[in-house]
Design a protein around this ligand. Sequence first.
Ligand code: SF4
Ligand code: SF4
Length: 235
Amino acid sequence: MIESRRKFLRALPAISAGVALAPAPAIGATGKGKQRWAMVVDVRKCIGCQACTVSCIMENAVPDNSFRTIVSTYEVQDGKQCGTYMLPRLCNHCEQPPCVPVCPVGATFQREDGVVVVDGERCVGCAYCVQACPYDARFINHDTGKADKCTFCAHRVDVGLLPACVETCVGGARVFGDLNDPHSEVRRLLDANEVKVLKPEMNTEPHVFYLGLDARFEGRVEGEASLWQPSHHGE
Ligand code: SF4
Ligand code: SF4
């Protein structure tokens, strides 16, 4: 692995400081189209190997020092107990995405299946959408000068394949599918479990849902940095 990529992976924990989580509202059939793609991440199964991060970089030609998905590693201290905690993160493909209306040229938009994408032909690289995303899920690609982010690997999904991060997840922590399909695994997981989303107070209606979050992590908000000691296990 080249040195710049090592530095990138070392930097991952710092990127994710200050994430608030809370139960997601009941999710019925969503999206404007026949399908509504979504992901469920079971953090109990994530071993922090970064296989997803690396496969995403390879699949999507993500430039150095940028990411479309990351796994942050934290050491959480609770009295005398100390534990390591993994949090995979990516674009939430929000139902109400604040990154979309701020785009002055209509380059970023939501497809009927819920996937939020960027039209590189129209994007002028102003970074308004980068500023508008509450999840730091976007960046300006320094190779192209355009906005960049996770697309749920739409180019793969459109031909019946899974997103690269899902296919390569060693622990089987990432489940992807159609929320509007009553037989899909994501639909079954949401119906059978209490899932959580990142920053629900932003009313963005994220469509990346989390299972198995440690109780010590829930409800933590920005500024409680003393609770979160980023470790450097990602290199
Ligand atoms: Fe937009 Fe950010 Fe939501 Fe993704 S996570 S849809 S980039 S607001
Ligand atoms: Fe739109 Fe591109 Fe500006 Fe983002 S960077 S707001 S996609 S023109």
